[in-house]
Design a protein around this ligand. Structure first.
Ligand code: NAD
Length: 293
């Protein structure tokens, strides 16, 4: 199967980034939001990102226009019918994703592959909830999608070799570096990363050091590009909590029990950059945040 038209469901941080990546790679992209307003906001966000690339002479203004013209923002799932590949990137919640999968199963043509950008949920559970368990696969992009080179391609037990190959080739066509992971909580990266991020929050709770010093220490001492609190704010604290809960559910390791402070911050909707504040404050981010789809 050759992918020409890609559907993306969910216009949050990752949906917008993946739409940009796919359109830049020459695919026709249909991005589905629950409201036209958030679809438009998402397109504006992609436009802004492309504008910055024009300013830096990475692409021309004509390139930017052509890329934007390949992205269509819609609200009706039926518009995804003729996409060869649909990638869902809605909130990290199994119930929400299962509901969406059954709607996509009904809306998309029989041959459409449904991929999920979940950070950690079981791909098999999503696959067996639809009539096309062989055409479901995990495609885990990283944040920011336009910049980060990695995509974890995760076959469920039911995923056909053809579906896996299409996902792998699509990642390559997007200029990404794919790796294959088994369908286990956190796949490769998050299985290793999140116990560390959780330990950093516990260190803060234990008054071992300030968040600024912990971030400085991990950048200066380990050569990491971001400290753990900067990274948690970038990822989003709600997504981070969901990842840790899932890791603990599968591994039962004490290091995966979400830190109390993380739970409290999520309850207070201090979710990081996307809400304008998490461990740090982002006043301008709050103003330009992509609204909910
Ligand atoms: N943030 C990251 O660093 C990162 C990285 C890789 C993968 N992911 C995964 O990508 C997915 C999206 O994460 P994000 O960071 O873009 O989150 P986000 O909070 O920025 O966006 C979530 C989107 O889901 C939509 N949504 C919420 N409830 C919904 C519902 N009931 N039905 C349909 N849509 C609904 C929201 O309106 C929003 O558009 C998650 O599965 C997450 O685990 C996130």
């Amino acid at each position: 199967m050759t992918v020409k038209r890609v559907g993306i469901v969910g216009s949050g941080i990752m949906g917008a980034g993946i739409a940009e990546v796919a359109a830049k790679a020459g695919f026709d992209v249909v991005i589905r939001s629950r409201s036209q307003e958030s679809a438009d906001t998402c397109l504006a966000k992609v436009g802004k990102s492309l504008g910055r690339q024009v300013e830096k002479d990475k692409i021309t203004a004509a390139d930017s226009e052509a890329i934007l013209a390949r992205i269509k923002g819609v609200t009706d799932l039926a518009e995804l019918e003729y996409c060869e590949l649909v990638l869902e990137s809605v909130v990290e919640d199994l119930g929400t994703k299962k509901q969406l999968f059954s709607e996509l199963d009904a809306a998309c043509s029989a041959g459409t592959i449904i991929a999920t950008n979940t950070s950690t949920l079981p791909i098999l559970e999503l696959a067996v909830s639809v009539s096309r368990a062989d055409r479901v696969v995990g495609m885990h992009f990283f944040n920011p999608a336009a910049v980060m080179p990695l995509v974890e391609v995760v076959p469920a037990l039911t995923t056909s070799p053809e579906t896996f190959d299409v996902a792998w080739e699509f990642a390559l066509a997007c200029g990404k570096t794919p790796v294959k992971s088994k369908d286990q909580a956190g796949f490769i990266v998050n299985a290793l990363l999140f116990p560390y991020l959780n330990a950093a929050i516990r260190m803060l709770e234990g008054d071992i050091a300030t968040k600024e010093d912990i971030d400085t220490a991990m950048k200066g001492g380990c050569g990491f590009p971001m400290g753990p609190f900067e990274l948690l704010d970038l990822i989003g604290l709600d997504t981070s909590l969901a990842v840790l809960e899932r890791l603990y559910e599968e591994r039962r390791e004490p290091g995966c029990v979400p830190a109390g402070k993380l739970r409290q911050m999520v309850m207070a909707r201090q979710l990081g950059r996307k809400t304008g504040g998490g461990f740090y404050a982002y006043p301008t981010a709050a103003a330009s945040k992509v609204s909910s789809s």
